[in-house]
Design a protein around this ligand. Structure first.
Ligand code: FE2
Length: 190
């Protein structure tokens, strides 16, 4: 358990400056690396919701605005479902304002002005996230696995959406709608 997670997250862990989870008692380093991966994923979902919401105003075309707001909803749903894991493991995420600033910075740094460039970025980068999240799912404790599977599926839905946009599919939002529909009850339980 946790071996693959170590491979995926050790470079980040080396630069870790916040030590809330490192200070957890009775936790081995492999477990800490898993928790670090979980915390990173959770924080990225909150920042990601802001990212897509801000982007929606960069792409004021009504169809694109609507699509980006649905992607923001996917991120929100995912963070909601991960929240109980964060509490169970007593992790200390950055506060919402700091994570919102992170999402806004992503928009500034990437400076997308063309829809195609944004979709291309998603199809290029998201397979790597799926791989990372699958490792978390495989190596996380049993009680975390259902939420971790949602984490994997949300990224797969975002990727499928972007791929369909790239090919000009008529209903690119269908994987997003499916994800939101499939996870609605899980988010109520969270
Ligand atoms: Fe996400």
């Amino acid at each position: 358990m946790y071996g693959l997670v170590a491979d995926a997250y050790l470079p980040s862990l080396r630069t870790l400056t916040r030590t809330a989870l490192i200070a957890m008692p009775n936790s081995n380093s492999a477990g800490q690396i898993y928790l670090y991966g979980l915390l990173q994923a959770y924080e990225a979902e909150i920042a990601g919701e802001v990212y897509f919401t801000v982007l929606a105003n960069v792409f004021p075309d009504s169809g694109q605005y609507e699509k980006l707001m649905r992607l923001a909803e996917v991120e929100h749903r995912t963070s909601t479902i991960l929240q109980p894991l964060i509490e169970r493991h007593r992790l200390k995420p950055l506060d919402r304002a700091a994570l919102a600033a992170r999402g806004e910075n992503w928009v500034k740094q990437r400076a997308f002005r063309q829809w195609h460039d944004l979709m291309k970025n998603m199809t290029t980068r998201y397979p790597g996230f799926i791989k990372k999240f699958k490792i978390l799912e495989a190596e996380g404790p049993d009680e975390d696995k259902r939420a971790l599977n949602v984490l994997v599926r949300h990224e797969a839905a975002l990727l499928a959406f972007a791929e369909q946009e790239m090919t000009g599919a008529a209903d690119s939002l269908s994987p997003i709608r499916d994800f939101l529909s499939d996870t609605r009850s899980a988010s109520r339980r969270a």
